[in-house]
Design a protein around this ligand. Structure first.
Ligand code: C5P
Length: 210
């Protein structure tokens, strides 16, 4: 079984996807980390983020297995990943490798949960269950600010709201695989849900699809 989990930045999709993978005994891939891994490699090499050739090379060289061990959570890497994600040639390489991960997990007899922006629409259009996890921009910024700074007010919080809105806009408006729910996705709005409530709602949706 493949479960696709998509949604905007800081919607809680990562936490939810990881928990679903644990609950159903499936492999897990955070595809955002693959874009972030390419961004980190390019930033470390001081490469131009608009250089499609360099991006494709970095995507081929990326060690998928080692991704979990890298520190990729910084604002700079997230911003770099979102800028790189508009390059169709880069997306083609990463999508192919992400599909490979899903196919290997299926071949091993279990399956996988993949989370990102285009899993249900492009990477795994035949996924058994597709979830599109959202929350209001304010709520997403509030959660991210609490996580990063322990407070959700003041200038750092306002900067975060702006940065999130910019990334959302870039992800929604790009020509290559823009962020949007697949036609057959279940939209899960977590604005007024706790992490547990979102998880139980998702488990019910998956159980129903089995
Ligand atoms: O989810 P995360 O914030 O780690 O993703 C970083 C960036 O990578 C996103 O802003 C998005 O532009 C890009 N991305 C994507 N497609 C995916 C996963 C991430 O375009 N499947």
């Amino acid at each position: 079984m493949i479960i696709a989990v998509d949604g905007p930045a800081a919607s809680g999709k990562g936490t939810l996807a990881r928990r679903l993978a644990g609950h159903f005994g499936l492999a897990y891939l955070d595809t955002g980390r693959t874009y972030r891994g390419v961004a980190a490699a390019m930033l470390a090499a001081a490469a131009d983020l608009e250089d499609a050739h360099a991006a494709v090379r970095a995507a081929h060289d990326l060690d998928f297995e080692g991704l979990g061990t890298l520190e990729l959570g910084t604002q700079e890497i997230g911003e770099g990943a979102s800028r790189l994600a508009v390059i169709p040639e880069l997306r083609a390489v990463l999508v192919k490798r992400q599909r490979g991960f899903a196919e290997e997990a299926l071949a091993a007899g279990s399956g996988a949960v993949l989370d990102g922006r285009d899993i249900g629409t492009v990477v795994c259009p035949d996924a058994a269950v597709k979830l599109f996890v959202t929350a209001s921009a304010q709520e997403r910024a509030r959660r991210r600010a609490l996580e990063l700074y322990g407070e959700a007010e003041g200038p750092r919080y306002r900067d975060l709201v702006e940065a999130l809105e910019l990334r959302d806009r870039r992800d929604r408006e790009r020509a290559a695989s823009p962020l949007r729910p697949a036609d057959d996705a279940h939209v899960l709005d977590t604005t007024h849900l706790s992490a547990d409530e979102a998880f139980f709602a998702a488990v019910r949706l998956v159980d129903k699809a089995l």
